[in-house]
Write a protein that binds this ligand. Structure first.
Ligand code: BV8
Ligand code: ZN
Length: 238
């Protein structure tokens, strides 16, 4: 039985690595990217999540991110985030998240790598100063207090490289873990989508929880089709 097999793998794991995507925050009321009604349905990604888009129309991009900040500020961690925070106690565990909403940290997870940045950080386009204490809806347009240049969301856009430190931590965790879980991601965005292949190539089991099968499903030891907020807590019960 898959639940028993997954429970045993999680119980016996000492070094757990978890990759999460927008699907784990769906039950907190936050839109995913590619489900119907998802974020990209209302915007063309080229319009809002690329450096060219920001150069062309920073006001449009800031309106998009203000909407995301407003929604995320009203969201609460759901049972999936909380279950992961509970597993962390007593294990060497790292969460590699593609999400920018900060819900893993608010659920109590300590070791979180934000592969694609954070809604809650702004970065100066010139002096790279980081600003965290802005109102939920950033006044448009925001400028750096130090050098007066434009502030941007501290988010990795399409066509931009991930932070070297994030990639190093992600590859290290994927290379050292004895169990890998991938939760709530369509596994279409790289380089994040390639991370589960690292443990799989080492013969380390990969557990997937997703509402639909993905291109990763065939490399998994167990693949659960369903809602993360319902499945994850069941995997923790002995
Ligand atoms: C880069 C920030 C290079 C924006 C995001 C190969 C190698 C490297 C790069 C590429 C490559 N091929 C193509 C590329 C380019 C590109 C890419 O991957 N494109 C894709 C579309 C093909 N990658 C990049 O541009 C990356 N940069 O590689 O730079 C470089 C190097 C040097 C110098 C210059 C450049 C940067 C990628 C990061 C882009 N930024 N986010 C923002 O968030 O505002 S990506 C964006 O997609 C989000 O971060 C999101 O998290 C991510 C992935 O989407 P998912 O999280 O998976 O969400 P999605 O909606 O797709 O799926 C949700 C899933 O959950 C669904 O399957 C659904 O069924 C499921 N679900 C729903 N509800 C539930 C559920 N599951 C469980 N329970 C539920 N309740
Ligand atoms: Zn500055």
């Amino acid at each position: 039985m898959d639940i028993e097999k997954a429970r045993k793998l999680i119980r016996e794991s000492a070094n757990l690595c978890v990759l999460t995507g927008a699907g784990i925050s769906a039950e907190s009321g936050l839109s995913t990217f590619r489900d119907s009604g998802g974020l990209w349905n209302n915007y063309h990604v080229e319009q809002v999540a690329t450096p060219e888009a920001f150069r062309k129309d920073p006001r449009l991009v800031w309106r998009f991110y203000n909407e995301r900040r407003k929604n995320a500020s009203k969201a609460e961690p759901n049972p999936a985030h909380i279950a992961l925070a509970e597993i962390e106690a007593g294990k060497n565990m790292v969460i590699l998240t593609q999400n920018v909403d900060g819900l893993h940290q608010r659920a109590g997870s300590k070791n979180v790598v934000e592969l694609h940045g954070s809604l809650w950080k702004l970065r100066c386009t010139e002096c790279s100063g980081i600003c965290r204490d802005m109102p939920v809806e950033v006044p448009i347009l925001p400028y750096c207090v130090k050098c007066k240049e434009l502030l941007r969301p501290d988010i990795v856009w399409f066509g931009e490289p991930l932070q070297p430190d994030s990639i190093r931590k992600a590859e290290e965790a994927s290379g050292n873990c004895d169990l890998f879980m991938v939760i709530g991601t369509s596994a279409r965005v790289y380089p994040a989508a390639a991370l589960p292949l690292i443990p799989a190539r080492r013969g380390v089991p990969v557990i997937e929880i997703n509402k639909e099968p993905t291109q990763l499903s065939e490399i998994t030891a167990v693949s659960f089709i369903g809602k993360a907020g319902e499945i994850l807590p069941k995997l923790l019960r002995d």
